[in-house]
Design a protein around this ligand. Structure first.
Ligand code: PMP
Length: 391
């Protein structure tokens, strides 16, 4: 039973017949054209119909490209260069956005206790650290203070309101409000990265947090299992890409962008991700989390399952998970998570390597119960095999 679903992109599971048919049909008409096709208009309209703030959309082939294009758009619109992002949050493999993706405790704070800008890898240029402000996901006052100071120099704040890597936990309403207010006050563009979290509701994630993003980035489920990325926003924001009157302020294009196969798969997939389908799946997610919570507590297991809607992630220990630092697993705990990932795989269930996962629409009560039972049993066994829970 695949609960990783190609890193949350297959919301209808593998080989979903309507998507297969749609792709087969699209393939007979041509796989790629150096021009727009009707299929991209249909998918853009489907997104706009779900969330009016996604009035216009431009497509690309991955979430990374979408975030990259949104950040460039923000720079083009504001004539500023720096951006802010939240500590421990993943938004793709783009230099600025990778800053402080996975800092270790020894490096994560600067002298004043604020999140430091930490390079992600040897491939991160030093210069991007000065151009990337890092915000705490679960400390609204500190977040407000940093934005008060840095706001006027920022082109964008990038926020995933339900960040997977930072714990698979929702951002608090307080932090969301701090970000929204700072963006309005200082003319910063708010980019909501909903590459994973778009699935949380019919309209996506940002409306659940009273956020009104200038740009929304999506990918994964909007492609029905084929490569995709998208930048959406109100027409006055999206006009930064408009090349109808010559060179746009910011250009966004690519050889396979908006290819008809991804468009057809995405459109078909979204049409089956209806309000009732989402309600059913999110209900299963609640059941899963409740059952696992009760099971852990009945067995005296110190672990938790975070997440909203159909998304979930396992954490070991008794800490209340609120963001990157509380979700951080020191090496011994990370090793235990790795063992649990492999042990539950031996039981026939695939999770992502950090033991997060997603439910998909073909699942029924039976699969949800099976998943809950296996999670409880495997965690109990692996913890019993470990003399003491580290950290
Ligand atoms: N943003 C978020 C929130 C993501 O989770 C991911 C991928 N997991 C990306 C961006 C990058 O998407 P892709 O892998 O399609 O480049």
């Amino acid at each position: 039973m695949d609960c990783a679903n190609n890193f949350f992109s297959l919301v209808h599971g593998h080989v979903f017949p309507p998507v297969i048919d749609a792709v087969r049909d699209a393939m007979t008409k041509g796989t790629a054209f150096g021009m727009p096709t009707e299929s991209e208009i249909l998918l853009a309209e489907a997104l706009a119909a779900r969330n009016p703030r996604m009035e216009q959309t431009r497509f690309c082939n991955s979430g990374t490209e979408a975030v990259l294009a949104a950040v460039k758009a923000a720079r083009g619109i504001t004539a500023r260069e720096r951006i802010a992002k939240f500590e421990g949050c993943y938004h793709g493999a783009y230099d600025w956005i990778e800053v402080s993706l996975d800092p270790t405790p020894a490096a994560w704070s600067d002298k004043s206790g604020n999140p430091a800008s930490v390079r992600n890898s040897a491939g991160t240029p030093e210069s991007v650290l000065r151009e990337t402000v890092v915000l705490p996901y679960d400390d609204p006052q500190r977040c407000a203070d940093i934005l008060q100071r840095e706001g006027p120099s920022l082109a964008a704040v990038v926020l995933d309101p339900h960040a997977a890597r930072a714990g698979m936990v929702p951002v608090s309403k307080e932090t969301a409000a701090v970000v929204q207010d700072a963006c309005r006050r200082d003319g910063i563009l708010l980019i909501c990265d909903e590459v994973i979290s778009f699935r949380l509701s019919y309209e996506g994630a940002s409306p659940l947090f009273d956020l009104e993003p200038d740009l929304v980035t999506t990918a994964k489920i909007i492609g029905g299992g084929l490569p995709i990325g998208a930048v959406s926003g109100p027409s006055d924001r999206m006009s930064v890409f408009n090349h109808a009157n010559g060179k746009p302020k910011v250009s966004m294009g690519g050889t396979f962008s908006a290819n008809p196969l991804s468009m057809a798969a995405g459109l078909e997939s979204l049409s089956h991700y209806s309000r009732p389908a989402i309600e059913r799946l999110n209900g299963f997610g609640c059941k899963l989390r409740n059952r696992v919570r009760e099971g852990f507590s009945a067995a005296g297991i110190e672990a938790s399952l975070t997440g909203m809607g159909s998304l979930f992630r396992l954490h070991l220990g008794s800490t209340n998970i609120t963001g990157y630092r509380t979700a951080y697993a020191a090496p011994e705990k990370a090793e235990l998570i790795r063992r649990i990932h492999l042990a539950i795989l031996d039981e026939g269930i695939l999770l992502t390597p950090n033991c997060s996962g997603a439910l998909s629409t073909p699942m029924t009560e039976a699969e949800v119960s099976l998943l809950a039972d296996k999670l409880i049993a495997v965690v109990a066994k692996e913890l019993a095999d470990t003399s003491a829970l580290p950290g």
